[in-house]
Design a protein around this ligand. Structure first.
Ligand code: HEC
Ligand code: HEC
Length: 340
């Protein structure tokens, strides 16, 4: 009881410093993110002790499509990393490596403590578009433009174009082999089914995305149609309201788990030489939320080898993520502890 009282007190303090701007993914990347994180750590304590469902999110109305609210079943990340599962060495693949060749950041990473936009709402949520789901779940392999890294990682542009009857009809006509609308529709339906099947079951080297729910799949596919240049796709975009633990789940399962195992030891300078990477479970145990945000978004040096030599590290930098998203991943790992 005493603990609960302390925790909810802390949560109230957390809530007041938690920035709506920073935690709502409504644009401002830097505004009060540090405060948002502190707020969320405290908020998380409250979530951990109360099983009540969070109140419905308040979403500001703008010209964008109205976000859809769904209830999510968040589940912990489990098992070996995807690369270990495939028996592929970390050095022998392009998977998860998007961003590796981007130049080093020129700005110093400096948390901002001011600009606090107070929020009373402990369950401040994210509003995600299909493009956000793409960043969290697909981009580290498929690149921002969806072209992947052939021959290992196929482009998803052509398979997406093959889900549009109008696109197929036009293309076949241009190739001098016109098809009927009915035939184009049938082919497009087959293309659509193939993509949905791939998301559910994965491919030869591509992981399955079982955690994606119905509306998320629709939002993601709507964005992929736009990415593939299908006319009118920009008018069909969907936005979804998601709790931060769900955002964390996307990032952890869609990106970090490609290389990092769910459970196991933390960073070991000697083991790093043998490509034994720290477990996801070790992040909130051994590192602060700021260290993890920095490592993921701008990169941070590590110690490697028997002599603990300083090294720039080999982890790619995911500069296309926001601090809030990495913070959400950190909190997800605490609230839903990884399983073996
Ligand atoms: C860990 C890396 C990885 C991630 C993450 C990933 N993919 Fe893939 N994807 C692949 C690889 C590798 C292929 C090539 C086929 C194979 O080996 O399965 C592929 C192929 C594809 C294809 C083309 C299939 C074809 O017919 O050629 C589509 C479409 C696709 N991915 C969609 C997605 C979407 C959507 C996401 C995000 C939800 C995603 N992928 C996330 C690795 C990945
Ligand atoms: C392509 C593989 C790959 C992916 C994907 C990846 N990492 Fe890493 N990560 C590494 C490697 C390799 C190391 C070991 C240190 C180094 O070489 O930089 C590492 C180390 C770390 C460390 C420990 C740093 C330290 O100080 O000991 C953290 C924290 C971390 N990663 C967070 C993340 C997060 C968060 C994600 C997802 C957003 C992620 N990683 C995705 C490869 C990856």
């Amino acid at each position: 009881m005493a603990l609960e009282a302390r925790v909810s007190g802390a949560a109230r303090i957390g809530a007041t410093v938690m920035s709506k701007e920073a935690f709502g993914r409504s644009g401002g990347r830097s505004a009060g993110y540090a405060a948002a994180c502190v707020g969320s750590v405290l908020a998380l304590l409250a979530v951990a002790v109360s099983a009540d469902p969070p109140p419905p999110a308040r979403v500001p109305q703008t010209g964008l499509p109205k976000p859809r609210a769904i209830t999510f079943k968040v589940a912990p990340v489990a098992g070996a990393s995807w690369l270990t599962h495939l028996h592929i060495s970390f050095d022998a693949t392009s998977m998860g490596r998007m961003g590796e060749n981007t130049p080093p950041p020129t700005v110093r990473y400096e948390p901002k403590w001011n600009e606090l936009a107070g929020s009373e709402d402990l369950n401040e949520r994210f509003v995600l578009a299909g493009s956000d789901l793409y960043r969290l779940d697909c981009e580290s392999c498929h690149q921002p433009d969806g072209r992947g890294s052939p021959p290992e990682i196929h482009s998803l542009i052509e398979p997406m174009q093959a889900t549009s009857a109008a696109f197929l009809e036009q293309r076949m006509k241009a190739a001098g082999r016109p098809i009927t609308s009915a035939m184009a529709k049938e082919m497009a339906a087959g293309g659509d089914a193939a993509i949905r099947n791939r998301l559910k079951n994965g491919g030869e080297k591509m992981p399955p995305f079982e955690h994606l729910e119905g509306e998320e799949v629709e939002a993601l596919l709507a964005f992929l149609r736009q990415l593939a240049g299908i006319p009118g796709a920009e008018r069909e975009q969907i936005r979804i309201v998601e709790p931060y633990t769900r955002v964390g789940e996307h990032l952890v399962k869609g990106t970090c788990h490609i290389c990092h195992p769910a459970t196991g030891p933390g960073t070991d300078p000697e083991a790093l030489l043998r490509n034994v990477l720290p477990s996801l479970a070790s992040f909130p145990r051994d590192r602060t939320i700021f260290q993890v945000m920095k490592k993921a978004r701008v990169g941070a040096p590590i110690e490697m080898g028997r002599l603990r030599q300083p090294s720039g590290g080999r982890m790619p930098v995911f500069s296309y993520l926001t601090d809030d998203e990495v913070a959400a991943a950190y909190l997800y790992l605490i609230i839903y502890p990884p399983r073996q």
